[in-house]
Design a protein around this ligand. Structure first.
Ligand code: GAF
Length: 390
Protein backbone atom coordinates (compact mmCIF):
# COMPACT_ATOMS: atom_id res chain seq x y z
CA UNK A 1 0.00 0.00 0.00
CA UNK A 2 1.37 3.42 -0.89
CA UNK A 3 1.88 5.93 1.89
CA UNK A 4 -0.87 8.09 0.57
CA UNK A 5 -3.50 5.30 0.64
CA UNK A 6 -2.37 4.48 4.20
CA UNK A 7 -2.87 8.14 5.11
CA UNK A 8 -6.30 8.26 3.44
CA UNK A 9 -7.34 5.02 5.19
CA UNK A 10 -6.19 6.52 8.50
CA UNK A 11 -8.14 9.74 8.12
CA UNK A 12 -11.32 7.99 6.92
CA UNK A 13 -11.08 5.58 9.88
CA UNK A 14 -10.55 8.51 12.25
CA UNK A 15 -13.63 10.31 10.96
CA UNK A 16 -15.63 7.08 11.34
CA UNK A 17 -14.58 6.91 14.98
CA UNK A 18 -15.58 10.55 15.57
CA UNK A 19 -19.00 9.91 14.03
CA UNK A 20 -19.85 6.57 15.57
CA UNK A 21 -17.74 6.45 18.75
CA UNK A 22 -15.68 3.32 17.96
CA UNK A 23 -13.08 2.24 15.38
CA UNK A 24 -14.25 0.65 12.10
CA UNK A 25 -13.61 -3.04 11.45
CA UNK A 26 -11.82 -2.14 8.22
CA UNK A 27 -11.29 0.37 5.41
CA UNK A 28 -11.71 -0.36 1.67
CA UNK A 29 -11.16 1.57 -1.59
CA UNK A 30 -12.70 1.28 -5.07
CA UNK A 31 -11.60 3.38 -8.06
CA UNK A 32 -13.32 5.44 -10.72
CA UNK A 33 -12.41 4.61 -14.33
CA UNK A 34 -11.80 5.94 -17.79
CA UNK A 35 -12.81 3.88 -20.77
CA UNK A 36 -10.13 3.60 -23.45
CA UNK A 37 -12.55 2.36 -26.12
CA UNK A 38 -15.92 0.57 -26.33
CA UNK A 39 -18.62 3.12 -25.54
CA UNK A 40 -22.33 2.33 -25.24
CA UNK A 41 -21.54 -1.27 -26.10
CA UNK A 42 -21.97 -2.72 -22.60
CA UNK A 43 -25.78 -2.85 -22.65
CA UNK A 44 -25.54 -4.47 -26.08
CA UNK A 45 -23.55 -7.46 -24.72
CA UNK A 46 -20.45 -6.02 -26.46
CA UNK A 47 -16.81 -5.27 -25.69
CA UNK A 48 -15.31 -2.52 -23.51
CA UNK A 49 -11.81 -1.60 -22.40
CA UNK A 50 -11.70 0.56 -19.27
CA UNK A 51 -8.87 1.10 -16.82
CA UNK A 52 -8.97 2.20 -13.18
CA UNK A 53 -8.04 5.71 -12.07
CA UNK A 54 -6.00 6.41 -8.96
CA UNK A 55 -9.04 8.35 -7.67
CA UNK A 56 -11.07 6.19 -5.27
CA UNK A 57 -14.12 6.02 -3.07
CA UNK A 58 -12.97 4.95 0.39
CA UNK A 59 -15.25 3.37 2.98
CA UNK A 60 -14.71 2.70 6.68
CA UNK A 61 -17.22 0.05 7.73
CA UNK A 62 -18.37 -2.01 10.71
CA UNK A 63 -21.06 -4.68 10.91
CA UNK A 64 -24.23 -4.37 12.98
CA UNK A 65 -26.58 -7.15 14.02
CA UNK A 66 -29.70 -5.08 14.72
CA UNK A 67 -30.90 -4.38 11.16
CA UNK A 68 -29.79 -0.73 11.22
CA UNK A 69 -27.80 0.83 8.37
CA UNK A 70 -26.07 4.12 9.18
CA UNK A 71 -24.55 6.09 6.29
CA UNK A 72 -22.38 9.18 6.21
CA UNK A 73 -20.35 10.86 3.46
CA UNK A 74 -17.56 13.40 3.76
CA UNK A 75 -18.64 14.74 0.37
CA UNK A 76 -22.25 15.62 1.24
CA UNK A 77 -23.21 18.10 3.91
CA UNK A 78 -25.80 16.02 5.70
CA UNK A 79 -25.89 14.28 9.07
CA UNK A 80 -25.64 10.51 9.46
CA UNK A 81 -28.62 8.86 7.72
CA UNK A 82 -30.22 6.01 9.63
CA UNK A 83 -32.12 3.36 7.67
CA UNK A 84 -33.52 -0.09 8.42
CA UNK A 85 -32.34 -2.90 6.15
CA UNK A 86 -35.76 -4.62 6.21
CA UNK A 87 -37.44 -1.43 4.96
CA UNK A 88 -35.12 -0.77 1.98
CA UNK A 89 -37.26 -0.48 -1.15
CA UNK A 90 -36.33 0.40 -4.77
CA UNK A 91 -37.19 3.84 -6.10
CA UNK A 92 -37.95 5.53 -2.78
CA UNK A 93 -34.58 7.17 -2.04
CA UNK A 94 -33.58 10.08 -4.29
CA UNK A 95 -30.49 11.05 -2.26
CA UNK A 96 -26.86 9.92 -2.47
CA UNK A 97 -27.68 7.25 0.13
CA UNK A 98 -29.52 5.28 -2.58
CA UNK A 99 -26.15 4.00 -3.91
CA UNK A 100 -24.82 2.35 -0.74
CA UNK A 101 -28.31 1.40 0.48
CA UNK A 102 -29.05 -0.10 -2.96
CA UNK A 103 -26.03 -2.37 -2.58
CA UNK A 104 -27.27 -3.61 0.80
CA UNK A 105 -30.71 -4.16 -0.76
CA UNK A 106 -29.24 -6.07 -3.75
CA UNK A 107 -27.09 -8.30 -1.52
CA UNK A 108 -30.04 -9.16 0.71
CA UNK A 109 -32.37 -9.66 -2.24
CA UNK A 110 -29.85 -12.15 -3.67
CA UNK A 111 -30.13 -14.09 -0.40
CA UNK A 112 -26.97 -12.93 1.37
CA UNK A 113 -27.00 -12.28 5.10
CA UNK A 114 -26.32 -8.62 5.82
CA UNK A 115 -27.76 -7.56 9.18
CA UNK A 116 -26.76 -3.89 9.15
CA UNK A 117 -23.68 -1.68 8.99
CA UNK A 118 -22.15 1.62 10.00
CA UNK A 119 -20.48 3.24 6.99
CA UNK A 120 -18.48 6.42 6.44
CA UNK A 121 -17.46 7.25 2.86
CA UNK A 122 -15.07 9.76 1.30
CA UNK A 123 -14.39 9.91 -2.43
CA UNK A 124 -11.74 11.56 -4.58
CA UNK A 125 -13.48 10.52 -7.84
CA UNK A 126 -14.80 13.74 -9.41
CA UNK A 127 -18.61 13.61 -9.37
CA UNK A 128 -20.53 14.23 -12.61
CA UNK A 129 -17.34 14.04 -14.69
CA UNK A 130 -18.19 10.75 -16.39
CA UNK A 131 -15.51 8.95 -14.37
CA UNK A 132 -17.80 6.49 -12.53
CA UNK A 133 -18.04 8.08 -9.11
CA UNK A 134 -21.32 6.21 -8.50
CA UNK A 135 -19.91 2.79 -9.42
CA UNK A 136 -16.94 3.43 -7.11
CA UNK A 137 -19.33 4.12 -4.21
CA UNK A 138 -21.32 0.98 -4.93
CA UNK A 139 -18.31 -1.29 -5.35
CA UNK A 140 -16.50 -0.11 -2.23
CA UNK A 141 -19.58 -0.83 -0.11
CA UNK A 142 -20.14 -4.21 -1.80
CA UNK A 143 -16.52 -5.26 -1.25
CA UNK A 144 -16.54 -4.18 2.40
CA UNK A 145 -19.74 -6.11 3.15
CA UNK A 146 -18.47 -9.11 1.16
CA UNK A 147 -15.35 -9.23 3.34
CA UNK A 148 -17.01 -8.48 6.67
CA UNK A 149 -19.91 -10.89 6.20
CA UNK A 150 -17.71 -13.56 4.59
CA UNK A 151 -19.95 -13.78 1.51
CA UNK A 152 -17.19 -15.16 -0.73
CA UNK A 153 -18.30 -13.28 -3.84
CA UNK A 154 -15.85 -12.67 -6.70
CA UNK A 155 -15.26 -9.24 -8.27
CA UNK A 156 -17.53 -9.86 -11.26
CA UNK A 157 -20.31 -11.10 -8.96
CA UNK A 158 -20.06 -7.94 -6.88
CA UNK A 159 -20.20 -5.92 -10.12
CA UNK A 160 -23.43 -7.65 -11.17
CA UNK A 161 -25.03 -6.93 -7.77
CA UNK A 162 -23.92 -3.29 -7.92
CA UNK A 163 -25.38 -2.95 -11.42
CA UNK A 164 -28.65 -4.38 -10.09
CA UNK A 165 -28.58 -1.85 -7.24
CA UNK A 166 -28.16 0.98 -9.74
CA UNK A 167 -30.71 -0.34 -12.28
CA UNK A 168 -33.45 -1.30 -9.85
CA UNK A 169 -32.86 0.54 -6.56
CA UNK A 170 -31.51 3.84 -7.93
CA UNK A 171 -33.41 3.54 -11.23
CA UNK A 172 -30.56 4.30 -13.70
CA UNK A 173 -30.50 1.89 -16.68
CA UNK A 174 -26.69 1.62 -16.88
CA UNK A 175 -24.67 -1.29 -18.27
CA UNK A 176 -22.07 -3.40 -16.43
CA UNK A 177 -18.82 -1.68 -17.50
CA UNK A 178 -18.24 0.78 -14.66
CA UNK A 179 -18.89 -1.61 -11.78
CA UNK A 180 -16.73 -4.32 -13.36
CA UNK A 181 -13.93 -1.84 -14.03
CA UNK A 182 -13.98 -0.67 -10.42
CA UNK A 183 -14.08 -4.23 -9.06
CA UNK A 184 -11.73 -6.03 -11.47
CA UNK A 185 -9.14 -3.66 -12.99
CA UNK A 186 -5.46 -4.18 -12.23
CA UNK A 187 -2.68 -1.65 -11.92
CA UNK A 188 -0.73 -1.12 -15.16
CA UNK A 189 -3.44 -2.78 -17.27
CA UNK A 190 -6.56 -2.01 -19.25
CA UNK A 191 -9.41 -4.51 -18.86
CA UNK A 192 -10.65 -6.14 -22.06
CA UNK A 193 -14.13 -7.19 -20.99
CA UNK A 194 -16.78 -9.16 -22.83
CA UNK A 195 -19.94 -7.79 -21.22
CA UNK A 196 -22.00 -10.81 -22.35
CA UNK A 197 -20.35 -13.33 -20.04
CA UNK A 198 -17.96 -11.00 -18.14
CA UNK A 199 -14.93 -12.95 -19.39
CA UNK A 200 -11.89 -10.70 -19.11
CA UNK A 201 -8.31 -10.24 -20.15
CA UNK A 202 -5.85 -7.84 -18.50
CA UNK A 203 -3.96 -6.01 -21.26
CA UNK A 204 -0.64 -4.42 -20.20
CA UNK A 205 -0.96 -0.66 -20.75
CA UNK A 206 2.18 1.19 -19.72
CA UNK A 207 2.31 4.32 -21.84
CA UNK A 208 5.15 5.96 -19.91
CA UNK A 209 7.48 3.07 -20.84
CA UNK A 210 6.80 3.90 -24.49
CA UNK A 211 7.16 7.69 -24.15
CA UNK A 212 3.44 8.46 -24.27
CA UNK A 213 0.84 9.83 -21.87
CA UNK A 214 -2.92 9.63 -21.55
CA UNK A 215 -4.65 12.80 -20.39
CA UNK A 216 -8.14 13.08 -18.96
CA UNK A 217 -9.85 16.36 -19.80
CA UNK A 218 -12.85 16.98 -17.55
CA UNK A 219 -14.93 19.54 -19.45
CA UNK A 220 -16.79 20.33 -16.21
CA UNK A 221 -20.02 20.09 -18.15
CA UNK A 222 -22.14 17.99 -15.80
CA UNK A 223 -24.11 15.45 -17.73
CA UNK A 224 -27.55 16.80 -16.92
CA UNK A 225 -30.59 15.12 -18.56
CA UNK A 226 -28.21 12.30 -19.33
CA UNK A 227 -30.35 9.65 -17.73
CA UNK A 228 -33.30 10.23 -20.06
CA UNK A 229 -31.08 10.46 -23.12
CA UNK A 230 -29.05 7.43 -22.01
CA UNK A 231 -32.24 5.40 -21.56
CA UNK A 232 -33.48 6.48 -25.01
CA UNK A 233 -30.24 5.30 -26.64
CA UNK A 234 -30.55 2.00 -24.83
CA UNK A 235 -34.16 1.55 -25.95
CA UNK A 236 -33.16 2.39 -29.53
CA UNK A 237 -30.47 -0.29 -29.44
CA UNK A 238 -32.93 -2.83 -28.07
CA UNK A 239 -35.36 -1.92 -30.83
CA UNK A 240 -32.58 -2.44 -33.40
CA UNK A 241 -31.79 -5.88 -32.01
CA UNK A 242 -35.48 -6.83 -32.08
CA UNK A 243 -35.90 -5.61 -35.68
CA UNK A 244 -32.83 -7.60 -36.72
CA UNK A 245 -33.96 -10.71 -34.83
CA UNK A 246 -30.91 -10.98 -32.57
CA UNK A 247 -30.62 -11.15 -28.77
CA UNK A 248 -28.35 -8.10 -28.67
CA UNK A 249 -26.53 -5.88 -31.19
CA UNK A 250 -23.33 -7.74 -30.33
CA UNK A 251 -24.75 -10.54 -32.47
CA UNK A 252 -24.74 -8.43 -35.66
CA UNK A 253 -21.45 -9.40 -37.37
CA UNK A 254 -19.24 -6.57 -38.61
CA UNK A 255 -19.07 -8.32 -42.01
CA UNK A 256 -22.86 -8.32 -42.20
CA UNK A 257 -23.33 -4.71 -41.09
CA UNK A 258 -24.31 -3.27 -44.50
CA UNK A 259 -26.93 -5.97 -45.01
CA UNK A 260 -28.27 -5.43 -41.49
CA UNK A 261 -28.51 -1.65 -42.00
CA UNK A 262 -30.34 -2.20 -45.30
CA UNK A 263 -32.90 -4.35 -43.47
CA UNK A 264 -33.74 -1.47 -41.12
CA UNK A 265 -35.67 0.35 -43.85
CA UNK A 266 -36.65 3.88 -42.88
CA UNK A 267 -35.62 3.51 -39.21
CA UNK A 268 -32.92 6.19 -39.55
CA UNK A 269 -32.24 6.71 -35.88
CA UNK A 270 -32.06 3.00 -35.11
CA UNK A 271 -29.77 2.55 -38.12
CA UNK A 272 -27.30 5.11 -36.73
CA UNK A 273 -27.33 3.48 -33.28
CA UNK A 274 -26.74 0.02 -34.77
CA UNK A 275 -23.89 1.30 -36.93
CA UNK A 276 -22.16 2.83 -33.90
CA UNK A 277 -22.44 -0.27 -31.71
CA UNK A 278 -21.29 -2.74 -34.37
CA UNK A 279 -18.35 -0.61 -35.52
CA UNK A 280 -17.41 0.22 -31.91
CA UNK A 281 -17.21 -3.46 -30.96
CA UNK A 282 -14.90 -3.96 -33.91
CA UNK A 283 -12.76 -0.97 -32.84
CA UNK A 284 -12.30 -2.53 -29.41
CA UNK A 285 -11.07 -5.75 -30.98
CA UNK A 286 -8.70 -3.81 -33.23
CA UNK A 287 -7.31 -1.82 -30.28
CA UNK A 288 -6.71 -5.04 -28.34
CA UNK A 289 -4.85 -6.56 -31.32
CA UNK A 290 -2.71 -3.45 -31.74
CA UNK A 291 -1.83 -3.26 -28.04
CA UNK A 292 -0.99 -6.96 -27.93
CA UNK A 293 1.21 -6.49 -31.00
CA UNK A 294 3.04 -3.63 -29.25
CA UNK A 295 1.76 -1.09 -31.80
CA UNK A 296 0.34 1.33 -29.26
CA UNK A 297 0.65 4.52 -31.30
CA UNK A 298 -1.59 3.03 -33.98
CA UNK A 299 -4.60 3.09 -31.63
CA UNK A 300 -4.76 6.91 -31.91
CA UNK A 301 -6.81 7.06 -35.14
CA UNK A 302 -9.22 4.44 -33.76
CA UNK A 303 -9.92 6.65 -30.75
CA UNK A 304 -10.79 9.51 -33.10
CA UNK A 305 -12.94 7.21 -35.26
CA UNK A 306 -14.79 6.14 -32.11
CA UNK A 307 -15.41 9.77 -31.17
CA UNK A 308 -16.75 10.61 -34.63
CA UNK A 309 -19.13 7.68 -34.38
CA UNK A 310 -20.34 8.77 -30.92
CA UNK A 311 -20.77 12.33 -32.16
CA UNK A 312 -22.49 11.69 -35.47
CA UNK A 313 -24.18 8.30 -35.15
CA UNK A 314 -24.84 7.81 -31.45
CA UNK A 315 -25.19 11.57 -30.82
CA UNK A 316 -23.99 11.64 -27.22
CA UNK A 317 -21.17 14.19 -27.54
CA UNK A 318 -21.42 17.93 -26.86
CA UNK A 319 -19.56 21.01 -28.18
CA UNK A 320 -17.05 20.98 -25.30
CA UNK A 321 -16.11 17.32 -25.85
CA UNK A 322 -15.80 17.89 -29.61
CA UNK A 323 -13.58 20.90 -28.94
CA UNK A 324 -11.21 18.82 -26.80
CA UNK A 325 -10.89 16.17 -29.50
CA UNK A 326 -10.50 18.55 -32.45
CA UNK A 327 -8.06 20.83 -30.64
CA UNK A 328 -5.93 18.04 -29.19
CA UNK A 329 -5.58 16.30 -32.54
CA UNK A 330 -4.79 19.58 -34.33
CA UNK A 331 -2.11 20.26 -31.69
CA UNK A 332 -0.40 16.95 -32.41
CA UNK A 333 -2.10 14.39 -30.14
CA UNK A 334 -2.05 10.80 -31.41
CA UNK A 335 -5.77 10.43 -30.73
CA UNK A 336 -8.64 11.61 -28.52
CA UNK A 337 -12.25 10.75 -27.76
CA UNK A 338 -15.02 11.35 -25.27
CA UNK A 339 -15.11 8.70 -22.53
CA UNK A 340 -18.09 7.39 -20.56
CA UNK A 341 -21.76 8.08 -21.21
CA UNK A 342 -21.29 11.52 -22.81
CA UNK A 343 -23.52 14.64 -22.81
CA UNK A 344 -20.68 16.33 -20.92
CA UNK A 345 -18.13 14.74 -18.63
CA UNK A 346 -14.61 13.90 -19.78
CA UNK A 347 -12.53 13.20 -22.87
CA UNK A 348 -9.24 11.30 -23.09
CA UNK A 349 -6.23 12.37 -25.11
CA UNK A 350 -3.35 10.10 -26.14
CA UNK A 351 -0.16 12.06 -26.80
CA UNK A 352 3.59 11.76 -27.04
CA UNK A 353 5.08 12.77 -23.70
CA UNK A 354 6.91 15.65 -25.40
CA UNK A 355 3.65 17.00 -26.87
CA UNK A 356 1.72 17.06 -23.58
CA UNK A 357 2.46 20.72 -22.67
CA UNK A 358 1.51 22.00 -26.15
CA UNK A 359 -1.64 19.87 -26.35
CA UNK A 360 -2.75 20.91 -22.84
CA UNK A 361 -2.13 24.58 -23.59
CA UNK A 362 -4.02 24.37 -26.89
CA UNK A 363 -7.07 22.80 -25.23
CA UNK A 364 -7.06 25.33 -22.38
CA UNK A 365 -6.77 28.24 -24.80
CA UNK A 366 -9.50 26.90 -27.05
CA UNK A 367 -11.85 26.66 -24.03
CA UNK A 368 -11.08 30.24 -23.03
CA UNK A 369 -11.60 31.47 -26.60
CA UNK A 370 -14.95 29.66 -26.83
CA UNK A 371 -16.07 31.12 -23.48
CA UNK A 372 -16.26 27.69 -21.76
CA UNK A 373 -15.30 27.05 -18.13
CA UNK A 374 -11.62 26.05 -17.76
CA UNK A 375 -11.29 22.28 -18.15
CA UNK A 376 -9.56 20.16 -15.52
CA UNK A 377 -6.69 18.25 -17.15
CA UNK A 378 -4.78 15.42 -15.46
CA UNK A 379 -2.70 12.46 -16.46
CA UNK A 380 -4.23 9.00 -16.01
CA UNK A 381 -2.07 5.97 -15.23
CA UNK A 382 -3.88 2.62 -14.89
CA UNK A 383 -4.33 2.00 -11.16
CA UNK A 384 -5.54 -0.89 -9.00
CA UNK A 385 -9.12 -2.10 -8.73
CA UNK A 386 -11.12 -2.38 -5.51
CA UNK A 387 -9.18 -3.56 -2.46
CA UNK A 388 -9.00 -3.59 1.33
CA UNK A 389 -6.74 -0.87 2.72
CA UNK A 390 -6.71 -1.95 6.38
C1 GAF B 1 -22.11 5.04 -18.49
C2 GAF B 1 -22.75 3.72 -18.05
F1 GAF B 1 -22.81 3.66 -16.69
C3 GAF B 1 -21.96 2.52 -18.59
O1 GAF B 1 -22.65 1.34 -18.27
C4 GAF B 1 -21.75 2.65 -20.09
O2 GAF B 1 -22.92 2.34 -20.81
C5 GAF B 1 -21.21 4.03 -20.46
O3 GAF B 1 -22.01 5.06 -19.92
C6 GAF B 1 -21.14 4.23 -21.95
O4 GAF B 1 -20.22 3.35 -22.51
O5 GAF B 1 -20.86 5.19 -17.90
Amino acid sequence: MSESSAAVAGSVAERFEQLYGFAPEGVWAAPGRVNLIGEHTDYNDGFVMPFALPHTAVAAVSRRDDGVLRLHSADVSAPVAELTVDALAPGADKRWTAYPAGVVWALREAGHTVTGADIHLASSVPAGAGLSSSAALEVVVALALNDLYGLGLRGWQLARLCQRAENVYVGAPVGIMDQTASACCESGHALFLDTRDLSQRQIPFDLAAEGMRLLVVDTRVKHSHSEGEYGRRREGCEKGAALLGVDALRDVPYDGLDAALARLGDEDEVRRLVRHVVTEDQRVERVVSLLEAGDTRAIGPLLVEGHTSLRDDFRVSCPELDLVVDTAVAAGALGARMTGGGFGGSAIVLAEETDVPAVTKAVEEAFTAAGHKSPRVFEAVPAAGARRLR
